[in-house]
Design a protein around this ligand. Structure first.
Ligand SMILES: NC(=O)c1ccc[n+]([C@@H]2O[C@H](COP(=O)([O-])OP(=O)(O)OC[C@H]3O[C@@H](n4cnc5c(N)ncnc54)[C@H](O)[C@@H]3O)[C@@H](O)[C@H]2O)c1
Ligand SMILES: [Zn+2]
Length: 367
């Protein structure tokens, strides 16, 4: 796999920030395919990145239509239902049916405009319809900007189990228009910080310190701070993806907190971001139990999670948590691998047996 991240910086006038705002472009190359990540670009400009002379179909949801339909009204639109419960094969089936009715063919270009759910379902449908159409995303949530829209994993849930079915196919472009964050519900906005903390915790101590120092600005939609956090997240994620697109090793580290989170998400009413926050805390506590990291560092991580107004624990009985984790797709024979921390900014992948995991969960509940 040829690998390169290149970067171009340009400036444009943003009505939203009322000052010159930096636009940054990254290109991610995986197996010869080039994906453009456009930070600070505007939704209104997405047509500049469309292939010329091709039919275009938009996939989005009701919230995006409510706030932003004027920006894509000339294209046929497929509206999908919201929520994790709809990230499934029925929604993909619905998209296929609509694509057929719009006479989409192999040259049709699909644009997903929305959060992680729209991006995942759109990427999946686009990568299997007629054996694969090209597609792009306009990411509209903080979580999808920093995580879901980058990396080419397009997963759907199967009978309640997260991302059990999916494809690897990279979008041609991803636009992150920060002004879209202003219409996002506060709870959804906060959830995005969980994935940002994840990136700092596994790879970048300096970013972790920056998050500690700038949390008030970040929570107040300071665009320079958000830009730095989104950019750093994307750089971390794209480097890992370029090194290990198919998740043979290094990419697994991006699952820090997620084996716990997937069970928590299924069995409690936590959102994905909130579940990742709790999952990171649990995984860090396991890291202490194994003697990998100091208690003081874990307390520091917990303080950061609290600063970003995310949960650090949730009521769930330990058997339910354990059973949910056993069904995670990261299982591997009679055990699974957990991503643990040895320092803030440095993660390791550990294979553990189910009986070890059960012991760790007992410890979490008795502490
Ligand atoms: N493919 C990947 O690599 C990857 C990575 C991380 C997460 N994910 C997936 O992403 C999903 C979560 O994504 P999410 O948190 O973006 O949730 P989401 O897509 O459900 O969006 C959250 C809610 O916000 C609304 N919304 C979105 N943008 C808006 C805006 N600008 N203004 C107003 N409302 C808006 C949506 O309609 C929805 O109701 C999960 O299914 C997760 O598994 C995938
Ligand atoms: Zn996640």
């Amino acid at each position: 796999v040829k690998s390169a991240i290149s970067k171009e910086v340009s400036f444009h006038f943003s009505l939203f920030t009322k000052h010159f705002f930096k636009m940054e472009q990254f290109t991610i190359e995986t197996g010869g395919h080039v994906s453009k990540i456009l930070l600070g670009e505007k939704l209104a400009n997405f047509r500049n990145y469309l292939p010329k002379g091709k039919k275009v179909v938009i996939v989005t949801d009701a919230n995006l239509l409510k706030h932003y339909s004027q920006y894509f009204s000339e294209y046929p639109v497929i509206e999908i239902q919201q929520g994790e419960g709809n990230k499934n094969i029925n929604t993909v089936d619905y998209i296929m049916e609509k694509l057929v009715s719009f006479e989409a063919d192999r040259s049709t270009f699909i644009v997903g405009i929305g959060g992680g759910i729209v991006c995942d379902v759109t990427g999946f449908a686009a990568s299997v319809y007629m054996r694969g159409l090209s597609f792009g995303f306009v990411s509209s949530t903080l979580l999808s900007m920093v995580d879901a829209s980058v990396g080419g994993k397009n997963g759907i849930n199967h009978r309640g189990y997260k991302n059990m079915v999916g494809t690897f196919k990279q979008p041609d472009f991803v636009i992150c228009d920060y002004s879209l964050l202003l219409t996002l519900e506060r709870k959804e906005f906060l959830g995005g910080f969980a994935e940002i903390i994840k990136h700092a915790a596994i790879k970048d101590f300096a970013m972790f310190e920056y998050m500690e120092q700038n949390f008030e600005k970040a929570l107040n939609y300071d665009m320079d701070v958000l830009h730095r956090l989104i950019r750093d997240s994307i750089v971390i994620k794209s480097k890992v993806v370029e090194q290990d697109e198919k998740e043979q090793g290094e990419r697994k580290k991006l699952n820090f907190g997620h084996t716990f989170a997937h069970s928590l998400e299924k069995h409690t009413d936590l959102s994905h971001g909130e579940a990742v926050a709790v999952g990171m805390v649990y995984a860090s506590r396991v890291s202490v139990a194994l003697g990998l990291i100091s208690q003081a560092d874990v307390e520091r991580l917990i303080r950061l999670v609290v600063k970003y107004q995310l949960p650090i624990s949730v009521g769930i009985d330990k058997k339910t948590l354990f059973d949910g984790m056993k069904k995670d797709k990261k299982r591997d024979g009679d055990g699974l691998h957990l991503i643990l921390l040895q320092k803030i900014g440095d993660a390791v992948i550990k294979n553990i047996t189910y009986s070890q995991l059960e012991g760790f969960i007992d410890d979490l509940y008795s502490a």
